[in-house]
Design a binder for this molecule. Structure first.
Ligand SMILES: Cc1cc2nc3c(=O)[nH]c(=O)nc-3n(C[C@H](O)[C@H](O)[C@H](O)COP(=O)(O)O)c2cc1C
Length: 322
């Protein structure tokens, strides 16, 4: 009999606990947005209250302003997006001056994603962010496919393809900051556990999995690559099964938590990542199609917990039945 006839609520009155502690970072819920798909937060604040998210992750910040690659830099693919933005960003000075104060005023939990050409650049970025109180955690992007020589395919083009380098970079950044440190890894490797374990050994508080998969697309009329950079990074629903598998692989060997991402569009997608072993999730490309997708994911995860009578979101982490 429906609840409006019996007087009994049809939805469980239990309010599930969505809060998590992600390697030392307190978050009101496990949902954040993925670097490079949400600007610096302010751009999305006119669509919804961004302080309702577990955290906002900034576009990768570098020491100097970067214009990025030449256009075309974005191509749609059957179930995703191929991008070669090339880390266009305002640079750390403008971030500290113009972007961070807005996020702080809004009470947003900030994960500052950083990018550099060598460990000392990451060190400087992390130090400045901590000193200025402009981040609650650091996510070091060791996995951008669009700035090195990925198109030459002559060998590893990203730091996170070489576990020894992951350890070296992580150790350096670790020594520069007390903020929770997450290392963002590339899926363009044979075994994701190797760089993930290297990050853990270097002192990371968590790993972010996954960055984009290398890809390219060709215009058959002009015979020219669709991206000016020739190659780019594939994101969106097409990569989700790859990402879930990598999270599952890494979760079985790591002691530190995982931020899972890759093709999350709706709450069920996020729940897949949690079941596979991610402690937190990030919504990426989907924000381009539906700006408030990340907030819908927060609401959907809460509804799922209620529906299944699960008291805390942490109960879902790694709860896959195999
Ligand atoms: C347009 C675009 C720009 C991105 N820029 C960055 C970046 O600056 N730093 C970074 O660590 N990841 C960047 N990423 C990768 C995303 O953060 C995320 O790891 C990836 O897109 C997978 O998630 P998704 O399938 O939900 O988009 C970018 C992705 C896209 C689509």
């Amino acid at each position: 009999m429906p609840g409006w006839l019996t007087g009994k609520p049809t939805i469980s009155p239990m309010t599930p606990d969505l809060s998590i502690n992600l390697g030392g970072l307190a978050m009101k819920n496990p949902v954040m947005v993925a670097s490079g798909t949400f600007g610096y937060g302010q751009e999305y604040d006119r669509y919804f209250d961004i302080s309702k998210l577990g955290a906002v992750c900034t576009k990768s910040l570098s020491l100097n302003v970067r214009a990025g690659n030449k256009p075309p830099r974005l191509v749609e693919t059957p179930a995703g997006l191929l991008n070669a933005i090339g880390l266009q960003n305002v640079g750390i000075d403008a971030y500290l001056r113009e972007k961070a104060p807005y996020l702080r005023k809004k009470g947003v939990t900030i994960v500052a994603n950083i990018y550099g050409h060598a460990p000392d650049e990451y060190v400087e970025l992390a130090r400045r962010l901590e000193a200025e109180g402009a981040a609650d955690a650091i996510e070091a992007n060791l996995s951008c496919p669009n700035v090195h020589n990925a198109k030459l395919a002559t060998g590893p083009s990203m730091v996170s393809q070489v576990p020894e380098q992951v350890a070296e970079y992580t150790t350096s950044i670790r020594s520069a900051t007390k903020l929770p440190l997450f290392i963002k890894l590339t899926p363009n490797v044979v075994n994701i556990c190797e760089p993930a374990l290297a990050a853990q050994e270097g002192g990371a508080n968590g790993v972010a999995l996954i960055n984009t998969l290398l890809g390219m697309a060709i215009d058959t009329e002009t015979r020219r690559p669709k991206l000016a950079n020739i190659v780019g990074g594939l994101s969106g629903p097409a990569i989700r099964p790859v990402a879930v598998k990598m999270v599952w692989d890494a979760a079985r060997v790591l002691k530190i938590p995982i931020i899972g991402m890759g093709g999350i569009c709706i709450a069920a997608d996020a729940i897949e990542f949690l079941l596979a072993g991610a402690s937190s999730v990030a919504v990426g490309s989907m924000s381009f199609r539906q700006p408030d997708a990340s907030l819908r994911v927060v609401e959907g995860v809460e509804a799922y917990l209620r529906q299944h009578g699960i008291p805390t979101v942490s109960d879902l982490v790694g709860a896959i039945r195999v």
